[in-house]
Design a protein around this ligand. Structure first.
Ligand code: HEM
Length: 287
C-alpha cells in the first residue's frame, strides 16, 4: 500500500452529499407533504388536448397564488399604517412591488403562445375570464378602486360576495395613508376623512396640499415621503402589469371580444386610466 505523504493525502471515496439525506418519510413530513404537492399538481386540468393549454392554466394559477400573497401583504401593511408603524409597512409594500415585477415578467412567457396556438383551445374556456378573478378585485378594492358592480359575476358564490362586500366597505391602503396625514397634523378636509368607503377616492386639494408640503421638505417629513414613494412604486408596477396584459392580449386575440363579455382590448385600454393615488401623480407637475 502506498504510504500517504503530505502531497497526497489518504484517498477516501467522497460520499455524494445526497447519501447523507433523510430518506425515510413513512413517519415524518416530507417536502411534498408540507406543500400539499399532490393536491397542487392535480389542479391543472386542461379541457382540450392542445399542447399550449397547460401553459395558459399554469400562468393563471401562478398569478392567483402570487395575488394571494399580495393580498396578505397589503392587509398587513394597511393595518400597520393604521397603527402608525411605518417601517414594517414599508417592508411589506416593497415585497408587493417585487411580486409585481415578477408578474410583469410572466407576460413574456405567455407571449410565446401565438394566436394560432390559443385559438385551438379558446372555445374550451367558455365564458371564463380573468375578469371574474375575485382576488384581483380584492386587490383593487384594497388599493382603493372600489366598484360594487364587480360583485355581479360572483352572485352564485355567496361567500365570495361576502368577502368582496367587506373589502368594498373597508378603508383602503390609501385611506389609511390619508388618515395618517391627518393624525400628523396636515389639514385634510373632513369630507375626505368621512367619505363613503364603498366608492373610489377622488383627488382632493387638501390631500394634494399635504403631499406637496411633504415633497417640498423631505428632510422634515422623511417617513411620509418614503411612504408616498412606496405607493407610487406600487401603482407604477400595477400600471405596467395592466399595460403588458393589454399588449399581450392584443398580440394574441387582436380586437376580438373577451371571453368575459367585454369589448376586449378597448376595455383593457380604458383600465389604464384608473388612478389609485391621484394626488401623488398630480403633485409632480407642481414641484
Ligand atoms: C391569452 C391570454 C389572455 C387573454 C387573451 C386575456 C384576455 C382578457 C380580456 C379580453 C379581458 C377583458 C374581460 C373579458 O371580456 O374577458 C381580460 C381581463 C382580465 N384578465 Fe386577461 N387575458 C389573458 C391572460 C390573463 C392572465 C395570464 C391573467 C392573470 C391572472 C389575466 C387576468 C385578467 C384580469 C384580472 C382581468 C380583469 C381586468 C380588469 O377588470 O381590469 N389575464 N383578459
Amino acid at each position: 500500500m502506498k504510504k500517504p505523504t503530505l502531497a497526497s493525502p489518504p484517498t477516501r471515496r467522497a460520499r455524494h452529499p445526497a447519501a447523507e439525506a433523510h430518506v425515510d418519510f413513512s413517519r415524518s413530513m416530507s417536502y411534498g407533504d408540507y406543500l400539499a404537492l399532490d393536491r397542487l399538481l392535480a389542479c391543472q386540468q386542461p379541457r382540450s388536448a392542445e399542447h399550449d393549454e397547460l401553459l395558459f392554466i399554469i400562468i393563471h394559477q401562478a398569478t392567483e397564488l402570487w395575488m394571494k400573497l399580495v393580498l396578505h401583504e397589503l392587509r398587513h401593511a394597511t393595518a400597520q399604517l393604521r397603527a402608525g408603524d411605518l417601517q414594517p409597512a414599508f417592508k411589506g409594500l416593497a415585497r408587493v412591488s417585487r411580486i409585481q415585477a415578477q408578474l410583469i415578467q410572466s407576460w413574456d412567457v405567455l407571449s410565446t403562445m401565438t394566436p394560432a396556438d390559443y385559438s385551438r383551445f379558446r372555445a374550451a374556456l367558455g365564458q371564463s375570464s380573468g375578469f371574474q378573478s375575485y382576488q384581483y378585485r380584492l386587490i383593487e378594492f384594497a388599493l382603493g378602486n372600489k366598484n360594487a358592480e364587480m360583485l355581479a359575476p360572483h352572485r352564485h358564490r355567496p361567500e365570495i360576495v361576502a368577502a368582496l362586500q367587506s373589502a368594498l366597505a373597508a378603508p383602503s391602503l390609501y385611506d389609511e395613508a390619508i388618515a395618517l396625514l391627518a393624525r400628523r397634523g396636515f389639514a385634510i378636509d373632513d369630507a375626505v376623512l368621512a367619505r363613503d368607503r364603498t366608492r373610489p377616492h377622488r383627488a382632493h386639494p387638501s390631500v394634494k396640499a399635504a403631499w406637496l408640503e411633504i415633497y417640498r421638505d423631505t428632510a422634515r417629513h422623511w417617513d411620509l415621503y418614503e411612504l408616498a414613494e412606496e405607493l407610487v412604486d406600487l401603482e407604477d408596477w400595477f400600471q405596467q402589469w395592466r399595460f403588458r396584459h393589454m399588449t399581450t392580449v392584443t398580440r394574441i386575440i387582436g380586437m376580438k371580444r373577451g371571453t368575459g363579455g367585454t369589448a376586449g382590448v378597448a376595455y383593457l385600454r380604458h383600465a389604464l386610466d384608473i388612478r389609485f393615488f391621484p394626488e401623488l401623480w398630480d403633485l409632480r407637475t407642481e414641484l
